[in-house]
Design a protein around this ligand. Structure first.
Ligand code: PLP
Ligand code: COI
Length: 354
């Protein structure tokens, strides 16, 4: 690791580690002892600090509270069989972090600064990385606007913060999803590809409506006429159709997932035909009805590989074959886990050792 970042470190005097119940982690409810904080002032990133996890004092006038200039990333650290700590593909998140920053009119963070800030924090809280199957340390870097000014304009100051949280699975069961045909998550020319907070805020109401109808998640479709599949609320979506792995091609309405890239890379390595293209709702419905679609699953950092058991469209449910027997998605999940836990060779150099 290139360790050049000058970080002021204040360690906690009261670790909460011993009082943490690692058998009931859930997702994103428990935070480690420390957090990373930096400020963007006068056109520069400064005040790099690792400090005890805790509250931040903020003016109620800061622009993030009013105009939502904020975005985040999500990545994971794993403890390997030999005790080594690794972070999975952090430079990919660094790259996407800056894509979000640009679209939100916010400052970029040098990729090495992003990775080193995270590595330093994971290093200090390395005892918090869980080691049970399916568990990991979820890392949440984010940035928000801090000018206490009510004019609608890009802020001139920002905070960059990294939190870490020991987690279990985000989804605890096979998903029952609804193809959304009324609301939209993103539109052409918009910012669906950015991991900005507003994308998630806008998805809460439609998702809650779907949950009331008994669904776990939505499959978002294009905002123009809801005829093409885009992605899930917190993951990209893939299907196995006649033995070919298919997934919507990325565009400005879809988050370009890193798990998506890892899964496509493994599939190509295994010689499985892969298609990144427009996928219509009709193709999915017909494919399930005719038994041509044998697997459907979400792919994401939090979601990992999330099997879909049922997809509904316009009130009609279509049942997928039993996900427990899904050959590709189970193999890809197993392989990703083995790679991250250090049980097979890291041939693509995806693991960043802390
Ligand atoms: N799409 C959305 C809307 C997400 O929130 C996520 C999660 O980060 C993904 C896709 C998957 O992206 P990644 O695999 O990089 O976590
Ligand atoms: C992630 O997988 O990192 C996400 O951001 C999904 C989420 C919103 C929990």
């Amino acid at each position: 690791m290139i360790d050049t970042l000058d970080i002021r470190i204040t360690r906690t005097s009261a670790s909460r580690l011993a009082n943490t119940d690692f058998n009931n982690l859930g997702f994103g409810k428990i935070f480690t002892d420390h957090m990373f904080v930096a400020d963007y002032v006068d056109g520069q990133w400064k005040n790099f600090q690792i400090m005890p996890y805790g509250e931040l004092a903020l003016s109620p006038a800061i622009s993030v509270f009013h105009y939502g200039q904020a975005f985040f990333e999500g990545l994971k650290a794993f403890k390997q069989a030999d005790g080594k700590a690794i972070i999975f593909r952090p430079y990919k998140n660094a790259e996407r972090f800056n894509k979000s920053a640009e679209r939100m009119s916010m400052p970029e963070l040098p990729e090495d600064t992003f990775v080193q800030s995270i590595a330093a924090l994971v290093d200090i809280d390395r005892h918090w990385i869980p080691s049970e199957k399916g568990q990991s340390l979820y890392i949440r870097p984010f940035m928000f606007a801090t000018d206490p000014v009510l004019g609608v304009q890009p802020s001139s100051t920002y905070k960059y913060v990294v939190l870490t949280s020991p987690v279990a699975s985000y989804f605890t069961k096979n998903l029952k999803v609804k193809i959304e045909t009324k609301y939209s998550r993103a539109s052409e020319g918009g910012f669906g590809f950015a991991k900005c907070s507003g994308n998630y805020a806008g998805s809460l109401f439609p998702t809650r409506e779907a949950v009331k109808e008994g669904f776990d998640q939505l499959i978002w479709t294009d905002s123009r006429d809801h005829q093409y599949i885009e992605e899930l609320g917190a993951a990209n979506v893939m299907f196995v159709l006649d033995g070919t792995l298919i997934t919507p091609s990325t565009r400005d309405t879809i988050l370009k997932g890193i798990t998506r890239d890892s899964v496509l890379t493994l599939a190509r390595e295994w010689g499985i035909p892969v298609e990144e293209r427009r996928i219509s709702v009709a193709e999915v419905v017909e494919g399930i009805k005719k038994g041509k679609i044998t697997e459907a699953f979400g792919v994401g950092t939090a979601a990992t590989i999330a099997p879909i058991a049922e997809i509904s469209h316009e009130g009609v449910p279509y049942t997928l074959p039993d996900p427990a027997k899904a050959e590709f998605s189970n193999k890809v999940l197993k392989t990703l886990n083995e790679l991250r836990y250090g049980l097979v060779e890291d041939q693509f150099e995806w693991n960043y050792t802390v």
